[in-house]
Design a protein around this ligand. Sequence first.
Ligand SMILES: [Zn+2]
Length: 121
Amino acid sequence: MILIKRDVIETIIEASKNTYPKEFFALLGSTKNSIVDELVVVPAIYGYGHTLIRSGLIPIDFNIVGSVHSHPGSSNMPSKADLNSFANFGRIHLIIAWPFNMDTIEVYDINGKKLAWRVIE
Ligand SMILES: [Zn+2]
């Protein structure tokens, strides 16, 4: 079970709405016990397709456990490009689809297998 802090989820939802129709991308960080409690917005090039990220710019002073990105469409299934990039950014990969709420979020492992997750306060 993946545990994600409520404020991280709320920030993802807000940022995805604000970035729409472009794609929002950030890294998921953890400061303790594998709980996802940090959202790390990294320098990136936002586009309608897939976000390019320069991994040399990722800060290294905390534990990055995965990534999050938004899909401007209604599918939150990982694309082939998503599956190819997941392994670069840790083991937990969250995709949020339009219209960007709790029900349009899925969490995947690096192989694109769905992971059970829940919000913690
Ligand atoms: Zn995607």
